[in-house]
Design a protein around this ligand. Structure first.
Ligand code: ADP
Length: 366
């Protein structure tokens, strides 16, 4: 019986539990044994109680739960070979040779490095007397499949990451609440949203709440944007709008790569437009809470697909990442997706903003 383990790693995201539930149940439905590695790579390195057999009823009720019930962690040890050696020993000792990782680009990079070192790690463990030839006989290859769990929607090659729409929904609700009070007092609000180096949450929040201005990392505003922002807001006010909402992405920068802070934006609105302006930093409410319907569906379909990808893999196929493209669940080479994701960050660092946008959307024209 094949043994398939699932883990969540990196930042938590709503829908991760739905993904774990789907992997566990699809694994069992396919006649295999399911395992969960608790606490991300920390659990892999420590082993023991942190690698647990999972049964059908163990994941009951997990579909709607926010966060990740099997825990997640950032694990420095796994970034070093010695930590991965320990991880390999713990996996093989439990007879596991397939690992489905739900996390961001860092976690998926780690998973691919782990796979690429695989037979070597085992040979070393046999030499050290930590594992026997028999133990390793059934674990000659390691299957890795990636599921992208991130509220930021920052992974290339997929239209949506697990958690992004839940987070967007929460931001929308929060801005709707702010709208009511902003309207009442005719105030302006500068709302800071998460997303790290990706502007998807900020952009989509702007679209779905009808914000007056949005600051994104991938498309910094033109020089002297302060004037332009004030001009736009003044026009909106002159047309009778009683509230002003400006959304600032966590990673917002100007064309010189200097961060654009919510306080700076507020000061401009106060000094130039005399608007009574408040700042709201949404913070971790954007990560927590139940998963929205879309994330539950996405995680369930992708979790099932991940198990199928494990069962259909051959030693020559590169590790797949389960994606969604134009509403279809797809498989993409994991390392291509990671490479493209890193290329966007590189473009931004080199002030090639058009290049960054082209990588995000090949049809983009400035
Ligand atoms: P995310 O998966 O959300 O991008 P991180 O970048 O923090 O989050 O990665 C999560 C964990 O994945 C790290 O704490 C580390 O254990 C592992 N990891 C990240 N990058 C690598 C790497 N290059 N090699 C090995 N492990 C890595």
């Amino acid at each position: 019986k094949k043994r398939i383990a699932v883990m969540t790693s990196g930042g938590d995201a709503p829908g991760m539990n739905a993904a774990v539930r789907a992997v566990v149940r699809m694994t069992i439905a396919q006649g295999c044994e399911a395992y969960a590695v608790y606490e991300g790579y920390e659990g892999l390195v420590q082993g023991g109680k942190l690698i647990k057999r999972m049964h059908w009823e163990d994941v009951r009720g997990w579909l709607s739960e926010g966060g990740t019930l099997i825990g997640t962690a950032r694990c420095k040890k796994f970034t070093e070979r010695a930590g991965r050696l320990q991880g390999a020993k713990n996996l093989v000792s439990a007879g596991i040779d397939a690992l489905i990782v739900c996390g961001g680009d860092g976690s998926l990079t780690g998973a691919d490095i782990f796979r690429s070192e695989w037979p070597g790690l085992l040979t070393e463990l046999i030499k050290l007397g930590e594992l026997t030839e028999e133990q390793c006989a059934s674990c000659k290859t390691l299957n890795i499949v990636g599921l992208v769990g991130s509220i930021d929607n920052d992974m290339s090659c997929t239209d949506a990451t697990i958690g992004a729409y839940s987070s967007l929904t929460r931001i929308c609700q929060a801005v709707d609440f702010i709208d009511a009070t902003a309207y009442s007092h005719s105030r302006a609000f500068v709302v800071e949203v998460m997303g790290r180096h990706c502007g998807w949450l900020a952009l989509m929040a702007g679209v779905s709440t009808g914000a007056d201005f949005v600051f994104l990392p991938e498309k910094p505003p033109q020089d002297k944007w302060e004037k332009e922002m004030c001009r736009i807001i003044k026009t909106h006010r002159a047309a009778g709008k009683r509230k002003t909402i400006v959304i600032v992405a966590e990673g917002a920068i100007d064309r010189e790569l200097k961060p654009i802070s919510a306080t700076y934006v507020r000061d401009i609105l106060v000094d130039e437009l005399r608007l009574d302006t408040r700042i709201t930093t949404l913070g971790h409410v954007q990560r927590g809470g139940t998963a929205c319907a879309f994330d539950r569906i996405l995680a369930t379909l992708q979790g099932g697909e991940a198990v199928k990808a494990v069962l259909e893999s051959t030693p020559d196929t590169p590790s797949p990442m389960i994606a969604i493209n134009e509403n279809k669940i797809t498989r993409k080479p994991l390392m291509d997706a990671v490479r493209l994701t890193k290329a966007v960050a590189e473009c931004i660092k080199n002030k090639d903003f058009v290049g960054a946008m082209n990588l995000r959307d090949p049809e983009f024209e400035e």
